[in-house]
Design a protein around this ligand. Structure first.
Ligand code: ADP
Ligand code: MG
Length: 346
């Protein structure tokens, strides 16, 4: 991975030297960040806002494969997936802490790449890096990110607020990250068998980017505020639409009906899924890692967002006894299942 590049042994810097080297150029942007890196704890002050906190743990070999994930993308994605959880509460993310466990195969230059991606995400989404922890690891690379954000009490959106008759909406499009991953996996296998063949990713930029460089939907949080809409419930799509829809319904104690024909699927996702012998609907329902926002709104808010091309209305909330249903394109009613959807034929 870094064979031909400069390799500086991390031991040369020591732990404190490393932390300083990696974090020195991160500046503080938020008034709420009273004290960032450099003391025993960060000090934050949000006045009378509700404070939102979320943590993710990313493990090499479980959540990412360094065979095809560039380190800079990994740093960027680690931040994005975490910010997405704050946006899913209808909040604004303002700070992160980043903890890393480094195996001895990593030279300083590799860690610098990760921090370049972290810095890019922080710049783009206006985030302060206010702390973290650094350790060596015997189990490969470990990255844990905690994000902190805020919202007015009246604006915080939970998973449990969906009401019967509410419209189910999703931002962006679905299934792309999963199909992108299948392409990366395919090219990795070809590379392992024939190291001289260059990966063929031509024409797949969008879905590869969906997998390697997802973006938290802060723009949707801003858009909803502009439209004067507070969703009744919200969740981000990290594990696949079907699973997230069921979380909303379980926590709200409601049912749902969604329509296959309404699922937003990008043409490249659709065509590539077909090429790989996959059902695009199954990819959209179960793929995961889309990091779009899934939310419910009151019918009265419909007129405010009906013309927005980046938001699709894919169904509506029903009573609990009606269960979670999907109406297929051929008008067949399917029971929605988070796992084992693949076993269903559409
Ligand atoms: P402690 O011994 O109290 O855990 P550390 O020496 O680990 O303190 O950390 C010193 C400072 O550097 C703290 O502010 C901590 O939050 C920050 N820090 C440590 N590791 C990282 C990292 N990987 N990224 C960002 N900040 C870090
Ligand atoms: Mg420490």
């Amino acid at each position: 991975m870094f064979e031909n590049k400069e390799r500086t042994d991390i031991a040369e810097l020591g732990e404190f030297g490393l932390i300083k080297h990696l974090t020195d150029h991160f500046k503080i942007r938020h008034e709420s960040s009273i004290k960032g890196i450099g003391d025993d704890a960060a000090v934050l002050n949000f006045g009378n806002k509700e404070v939102l906190v979320s943590t993710d743990l990313l493990l090499e070999g479980i959540h990412f494969d360094l065979a095809y994930v560039p380190l800079m993308h990994l740093g960027y994605k680690a931040i994005q997936v975490n910010l997405s959880d704050i946006y899913a509460m209808n909040g604004i993310a303002s700070q992160v802490t980043v903890s890393i466990g480094l195996s001895s195969k990593f030279p300083l230059e590799a860690v610098e790449e990760i921090y370049k991606g972290i810095a890019l995400a922080c710049d783009k989404f206006n985030i302060d890096l206010v702390g973290g922890d650094t350790s060596s690891s015997k189990q490969g690379l470990v990255i844990s990110v905690t994000s902190i954000g805020y919202a007015d009490k009246k604006d915080v959106v939970y998973r449990n607020g969906a009401q019967e008759g509410d419209l189910l909406c999703v931002s962006g499009d679905l299934g792309g990250a999963y199909v992108g991953l299948q392409i990366l996996e395919r090219e990795k296998q070809i590379f392992l068998e024939h190291p001289d063949i260059q990966p063929d990713l031509e024409g797949k930029d969008y879905i590869i980017e969906r997998q390697l460089k997802p973006e938290g939907r802060r723009d949707i949080v801003d858009l909803l505020a502009q439209m004067d809409i507070v969703p009744t419930s919200m969740i981000d799509v990290s594990d696949g639409l079907a699973s997230e829809v069921m979380h909303l319904c379980q926590q709200s104690e409601k049912g749902v009906t969604l329509y296959e024909e309404k699922l937003p699927i990008d043409p490249m996702t659709y065509e590539t899924a077909r090429e790989l012998g996959l059902d695009p609907t199954v990819c959209a329902l179960n793929g995961g890692e889309d990091y779009e926002l899934l939310f419910t709104i009151k019918q009265a808010d419909y007129d405010k967002l009906k013309h927005d091309v980046d938001i699709s209305i894919i169904g509506h909330i029903t009573d609990k006894n009606s269960g979670c249903k999907m109406i297929s394109k051929s008008n067949v009613v399917h029971e929605l299942k988070a796992q084992g959807w693949n076993a269903f034929k559409l």
